[in-house]
Design a protein around this ligand. Structure first.
Ligand code: F6P
Length: 357
């Protein structure tokens, strides 16, 4: 008999239910007796003992369902060791785990959530991590679940903007998710045929962007599309020491990066500019077929690790194989876009500007 706890933590994404279904099906199908406890609203459920015992039926019909049937919340890793009003979060989580007599806790989470998963593993709990996030920034895996679904939505947004931009001869700045990394913007930008792609890893020079837009205008192209990541940053800002940089960004009069860029290029080019922000639609709706397959594979591997009692692992994709690496190997590291990556070079080759040169 195995008793398994499961939770979804941090920002949601499209294939959380599909991944939980993969784990549950793998367990129910291969183990004689298994009990699954679903913690509500992420680590909060584990801290406060809010859970529900789940049956096979709970995981039925959820392959295509977006969001998470368990609910989620952000519980910052930085706060985990902080005792608040006498409440010790780590102790509380360990107590719930022990009280239920769990054999393993399965965490579907992004970077912060996986750091906490690693912390709990170091505290002696048996933990398995599954790489969730639309940002695709978890170190150690080629792919996270949620990413391809988000890229589809972001690409669709650019596609829709393309037709209206062309009709009106306007410049559109489309802001996509990614505060620290630019994977969604890079992929959706290329897939949507953006003329300029701005990501946090490649600081931009606004003059270079304006020049590109003017060149297009001169060449008879009356419209342009700029795909901007939330965390895109100007060269002069990126060069500031961390504290000054933070202060400068906090003082900005613009709601986000896209609005500042739009205001600057309006002034510099005289072109008509509009901003579109698809926002959380990028995390919503059904997982795309790629993510459904990926989640089923990741979930199945999670179940296999439990069956083999091989704990303290993060399930990852490497060269299209699903394998497991120690949680500690990935925890605390981000997978950034390398400006020298082949995908960036290819985009430059076909005339896409990254606003840097
Ligand atoms: O981490 C995923 C992510 O979607 C980021 O790309 C985005 O910046 C952030 O979450 C938004 O977070 P929230 O759900 O707190 O608005």
């Amino acid at each position: 008999m195995k008793k398994i706890g499961i939770l979804t933590s941090g920002g949601d994404c499209q294939a959380l239910n599909a991944t939980m279904r993969g784990v549950a099906k793998g367990l129910f199908y291969n183990l004689d007796k298994v009990e699954i406890y679903g913690f509500l609203e992420g680590y909060k459920g584990l801290m406060y003992g809010n859970y529900k015992k789940m049956t096979e039926k709970d995981f039925s019909g959820v392959l295509t369902r977006g969001g998470t049937i368990l609910g989620t919340s952000r519980q910052p890793f930085k706060q985990m060791r902080v005792i608040e009003n006498g409440f010790d979060k780590v102790k509380a989580m360990k107590d719930t785990y022990k009280k239920l007599g769990l054999d393993c806790l399965v965490v579907l989470g992004g970077n912060g959530s996986l750091k906490t998963a690693n912390l709990l593993s170091e505290e002696g709990l048996n933990v398995i991590g599954l790489p969730k996030t639309i940002d695709n920034d978890i170190w150690g895996t080629d792919m996270t679940f949620g990413f391809q679904s988000a890229v589809e939505i972001a690409t669709n947004a650019i596609d829709c903007i393309h037709t209206t931009a062309e009709s009106h001869g306007r410049v559109f700045v489309v802001e996509l998710m990614g505060h620290k990394v630019g994977w969604v913007t890079l992929h959706a930008g290329i897939a949507g045929g953006a003329d300029v792609i701005l990501i946090p890893e490649i600081p931009y020079d606004i003059k270079v962007i304006a020049k590109k837009l003017k060149e297009r205008e001169k060449a008879g192209k009356s419209f342009s599309i700029i795909a901007v990541a939330e965390g895109a940053i100007a060269k002069e800002t990126a060069e500031l020491p961390k504290k000054e940089r933070k202060e400068k960004l906090a003082k900005s009069i613009y709601p986000s990066a896209a609005y500042e860029i739009a205001a600057q290029i309006t002034e510099m080019t005289g072109q008509e500019v509009r901003v579109t922000v698809p926002g959380h639609t990028q995390r919503g709706g059904s997982p795309c077929p790629y993510d459904r397959v990926l989640s089923s594979r990741l979930g199945a591997m999670g179940a296999k690790l439990i069956q083999e009692e091989d704990y303290g692992k993060l399930v990852v994709v490497r060269n299209d194989d699903v394998v497991a690496i120690p949680l500690s190997e990935s925890a605390g590291k981000l997978k950034y876009v390398n400006p020298k990556d082949d995908i960036v070079e290819s985009a430059r080759m076909i005339g896409i500007s990254f606003g840097d040169k």
